[in-house]
Design a protein around this ligand. Structure first.
Ligand code: CA
Length: 225
């Protein structure tokens, strides 16, 4: 899951980013409406946290523009207590929900979970494919009684593979979603984590394999399917 934060109060943006990362989300943060719009238009995010009062372009302006361009990413507006009118305008302009500042992290996480669930994805604690289950709360991959712990990157890669079973996912898609546009990570980083995951699948005795489409990317296959 990848979240975009558009918030000009840098301290707040950092705090939000910290909370989300601790809860296994991949996060990009930008600090004005123009960057917010550019990033949002990529369509790669599962949820956008959007402040209303922003430099360069207001949050409401960004929201209208992304909806106009048919980006359906769920948007959670971050509003000040006094912005009642903006909240209504925001919801009318295509926001999915709003959160009034200041808020506690539990509330933020609950809203984000609810918005990402509304997209029609099945959100449970365990994702399964073939004979393996990926568990979000324990951050592990298991087969029957065998279980291995995953690192953050391994988990995020496996989550993308299982969410799109048998579909070819290009290496650059992993880089965009997991490392982010600004990162210096290269294809080689993806390859390294894929090889770690393959070792773990083998250690579990799983019939699930990560297949390589040479030069392009990876897809998940189950020997029994
Ligand atoms: Ca602001």
């Amino acid at each position: 899951m990848k979240i975009l934060i558009v918030e000009d109060e840098v301290a707040l943006a950092d705090a939000l980013s910290e909370i989300l990362k601790r809860n296994k989300y991949a996060v990009d943060a930008v600090y004005d409406g123009e960057d917010g719009l550019d990033y949002a238009l990529t369509g790669i995010y599962d949820c956008i946290l959007l402040d209303i009062m922003l430099p360069k372009r207001s949050g409401l302006d960004v929201l209208r523009e992304i909806r106009k361009q048919h980006i359906s990413t769920p948007v959670l507006l971050l509003t000040a207590r006094s912005d009642t009118e903006d909240k209504i305008t925001g919801l009318d302009s295509g926001a999915d929900d709003y959160l009034t500042k200041p808020f506690v992290s539990g509330e933020l996480l609950a809203r984000v979970r609810s918005l990402t669930r509304r997209r029609g994805e099945v959100v449970t604690d365990a994702f399964t494919f073939g004979d393996v289950a990926l568990n979000k709360s324990t951050f592990s991959l298991s087969r029957e009684e065998n279980c291995v712990k995953l690192s953050l990157k391994e988990y995020q890669i496996m989550e993308m593979l299982i969410a799109n079973p048998r579909q070819l996912i290009p290496k650059e898609r992993f880089l965009e979603k997991i490392w982010g546009y600004d990162s210096d990570a290269e294809y080689n980083n993806v390859e390294v984590y894929i090889s770690f995951l393959r070792k773990k699948l083998t250690a579990l005795g799983s019939s699930v394999t990560i297949r390589t489409a040479r030069g392009i990317g990876y897809f998940l296959e189950s020997g029994k399917s």
